[in-house]
Design a protein around this ligand. Structure first.
Ligand code: HBI
Length: 365
């Protein structure tokens, strides 16, 4: 095992840990904390104030520092356009996080950036301690593409991402460390005999394409449970008006324990991303419960789902394709879904991948 590393994880500035505003990257930060701590590393996290890590994890992780940084949350990058300039709001938590990181940097062997923002990329040259940049989405703006390319040129090997399809959205010629993702399998209980319900998980926001899942539920008259942060109320209102008699139920944003208790009893998860989903953590959460996934063949889910074995990959934006696959769900052996999660998406595997990446960055410094 490599030596014990002292690591500072700087979380996304769009929301406190545990708020759901940070979507999949929140799960990545919390799971990485567990995986690295279990490997004997010392981990601290600097996150927007009001962050919390659910008690299950806190209980067996001592010595973890969760540093609450005050300030104004960062506007989300996926709601802006490609020409969006880098944004710096007044009293930005992003700036306060990196001011803190700069001040304490010499207490750490490595700093890990989880913000999809210009500032930490730009600041890298002004730090003595190396910074690993985990890029959590595909290409969204020229400003970020350029900042990512510049960090790559000055500090090769320090760019990390989830999947190849995500990396393919960025300018060519960059080398990336592909880290995939993982979940704490001990928090997900396998279910062999589901009810008739379908489930949709994620931030309720246009890039997630919820309306297609609702349309498919209405067409098949299959009840659809919806879970996730209600990020865009106007978008949700519009879906409700467009599909007034769809058999759907919005259950809010819940913690992992409550989420898996609902998901495991469903016959299938629907994933309807409009954008190139960098990974799609909700897919492996469902697989861990034995729930097959019907997903558009787009982005991360296309690399996760074993078509016909652990779910179905559908022509992107085709509600007909969703409907046809929903009718095939019963032919999937649910235990194969759990097995795939165990072999490919366990926490120890994630911890090993990140530790290898960190060691390489530190050695090359
Ligand atoms: N937008 N500006 C910005 N910064 C982030 O770190 C960020 C974001 N939008 C979404 C997001 N992070 C996460 O929800 C995804 O990376 C998963």
């Amino acid at each position: 095992m490599a030596r014990c590393l002292k690591l500072l994880l700087v979380s996304t500035p769009v929301g406190p840990l545990g708020s759901g505003l940070g979507g999949g990257v929140e799960l990545t930060v919390v799971n990485l904390l567990t995986a690295l701590t279990q490997r004997g590393h010392q981990v601290a996290i600097a996150a927007p104030e009001s962050s919390h890590i659910n008690s299950h994890i806190n209980s067996h992780i001592n010595g973890t520092q969760l540093i609450q940084i005050p300030g104004t949350l960062q506007p989300t990058a996926q709601t802006q356009g490609r020409d969006t300039p880098a944004t710096m709001v007044d009293n930005a938590v992003l700036a306060n996080q990196w001011n803190y990181a700069h001040r304490v940097q010499h207490s750490y062997d490595l700093i890990v950036n989880f913000a999809y923002d210009w500032l930490p990329l730009y600041l890298t040259s002004f730090f003595d301690v190396p910074i690993a940049h985990f890029i959590s989405m595909g290409s969204l703006s020229w400003v970020m593409d350029r900042a990512i390319s510049q960090v790559h040129d000055k500090f090769p090997g320090t760019l990390g991402a989830y999947t190849q399809t995500q990396v393919d959205t960025f300018p060519p010629g960059l080398t990336w460390q592909l880290l995939s993702s993982a979940i704490d399998l001990s928090q997900y209980d396998y279910c062999q005999t589901p009810g008739p319900e379908l489930v949709w998980l994620g931030r309720i926001s246009p890039e997630k394409g919820l309306e297609d899942a609702v349309a498919a539920a209405q067409r098949t008259q299959t009840p659809l449970k919806i879970l996730g942060k209600l990020e865009n109320p106007a978008y949700w209102d519009n879906i409700q008006r467009t599909y007034p008699n769809a058999p759907m139920e919005y259950l809010g944003f819940v913690n992992t324990q409550q989420l898996q208790a609902t998901v495991r009893r469903c016959q299938g998860l629907l994933m309807t991303p409009r954008w190139v989903e960098a990974f799609g953590n909700v897919a492996i959460e469902a697989l861990a419960c034995g729930v097959p996934v019907v997903a558009y063949r787009r982005g991360g889910p296309a690399e996760i789902i074993d078509h016909g074995k652990t779910g179905w990959l559908v022509e992107p934006d085709s509600v007909d394709g969703l409907v046809a696959s929903i009718q095939q769900l019963a032919t999937i052996n649910r235990y194969h879904c759990r097995q795939q999660a165990e072999t490919e998406y366990s926490l120890p595997a994630l911890g090993q991948r990140f530790e290898n990446w960190f060691e390489t960055i530190i050695e090359n410094r």
